[in-house]
Design a protein around this ligand. Structure first.
Ligand code: ADP
Ligand code: MG
Length: 381
């Protein structure tokens, strides 16, 4: 198990004419990671997800030993890799002593070696006490090459591989040492969309099969949802939500998460009734009834998030008045292949409804939208 506690990493404000124009004095510190804590269980694929610059790579690099954090601690199993807190004696294990597997965005293969030698190298350079015989090395390399479907390229120069194959090679080289923890920083982002998807599926299969505890960094929410056992969503150096993919998607904790992970409609309103976990929220387009685990009193300003796929469209209204049924007008529609998005005007709102491709309603038509109470998410305004 990996345990990261209260990790902080700052950088000097950039005044060399770089990324951030406001850092003129150069004396201000940029909090790349601002007190991040999480644990990763054995065999998990744990993802750090967030927009560019939120501190994902800095967190990962700190675990790898490539950054020198200001404070906090990082422990793998019972072993302290890094610790700097209060008056206790600092610990900072060197990169190569941590023995972790790493794969980064750029392939970083050794161009002057064959595929086989690229994978064998990390085993050959081991120190005397951990030395393996040539036979053992060969069988381990061949086994990993087979897993990565690279066997037939074993004797090929590494540079004579396609982008996807080079990235599989980088992965092979990282896992051949059988690391207790595999660190992956946007490993698929240099590949084209189709290859990215197939390699993503392969990575998932491999990770589950081999049970390698992994930390995966990405800014791509689809990738994160597809791969992860759990996701930590980061914003400006902090973790803003941590949970299973379904939890994060279905119950985002704040507007940032709701918007970052997929598309959503925000409906601002005021709580006008509450009975236990059942709420009624008054919005400018009408009332919404919903269930929410959060605890807010009547009178609070809130925002309700309705994912496009939780909004159903009907050409007829219900005979009896039902909760969460609003009358609107279709403004436009777009065919997306596996679904049809309708933009529906309801009062002052324009809502996106994503429906089955068998449903397609002409612009200017009157429609009734229905939203199920248990699929709406309420959050503080
Ligand atoms: P991410 O991987 O989420 O895109 P990073 O961890 O790379 O984000 O960066 C987080 C913040 O720290 C950004 O504001 C970035 O500009 C800053 N930063 C990262 N590395 C350095 C560095 N070596 N020197 C100065 N600032 C840095
Ligand atoms: Mg990064």
């Amino acid at each position: 198990m990996l345990r990261v506690e209260q990790l902080v990493k700052t950088f000097a404000g950039d005044h060399s004419g770089g990324k951030d124009d406001e850092q003129e004095t150069g004396s201000r510190r940029v909090f790349a990671v601002n007190g991040v804590s999480f644990t990763v269980a054995e065999g998990e694929l744990f993802t750090l997800l967030g927009p560019s610059g939120c501190g994902k790579s800095t967190t990962l690099r700190s675990i790898a030993g490539l950054e020198d954090p200001d404070s906090g601690s990082i422990a793998l199993q019972e072993r302290m890799l890094f610790s700097r807190q209060g008056r206790s004696k600092p610990v900072n294990v060197a990169v190569h002593e941590r023995g972790l597997g790493m794969v980064f965005q750029s392939y970083a293969i050794w161009p002057h070696m064959t595929v086989f030698d690229n994978v064998a190298f990390p085993l050959q350079v081991r120190r005397r006490k951990d030395k393996l015989t040539r036979k053992v090395i060969e069988s381990r390399v061949m086994r990993v090459l087979e897993t990565m479907e690279l066997t037939k390229y074993a004797q090929r120069p590494a540079t004579k591989l396609s982008g996807g194959q080079q990235q599989r090679l980088a992965l092979a080289r990282a896992i051949v040492i059988e690391p207790p923890l595999l660190l992956l920083d946007e490993p698929l982002s240099n590949l084209d969309a189709k290859l990215r998807e197939s390699l993503r599926d392969e990575l998932k299969r491999l990770q589950r099969e081999l049970g390698i505890t992994s930390i995966y960094v990405t800014h791509d929410q689809v990738e994160a949802l597809a791969l992860s056992s759990r996701i930590a969503v980061m914003q400006e150096g902090n973790i803003v939500q941590l949970g299973r993919p379904r939890e994060i998607y279905n119950s985002p904790s704040c507007k940032f998460v709701a918007e970052f992970i997929g598309t959503t409609n925000f409906l601002p309103g005021v709580v006008c009734l509450r009975e236990g976990s059942r709420y009624v929220v008054r919005t400018s387009a009408g009332e919404l009834t919903l269930d929410s685990p959060i605890d807010v009193p009547v009178g609070s300003d809130v925002v309700v998030s309705a994912r496009p796929e939780v909004i159903d469209l009907h050409t007829e209204g219900s005979a009896l008045s039902v909760a969460n049924e609003w009358k609107g007008t279709v403004l436009s529609r777009s065919f997306l292949g596996d679904s049809v998005d309708h933009l529906v005007g309801v009062g002052e709102y324009t809502l996106r409804a994503r429906v089955n491709p068998s449903v397609s309603i002409q612009p200017q038509s009157q429609v009734f939208i229905r939203m199920s109470a248990d699929r709406l998410t309420m959050m503080a305004a």
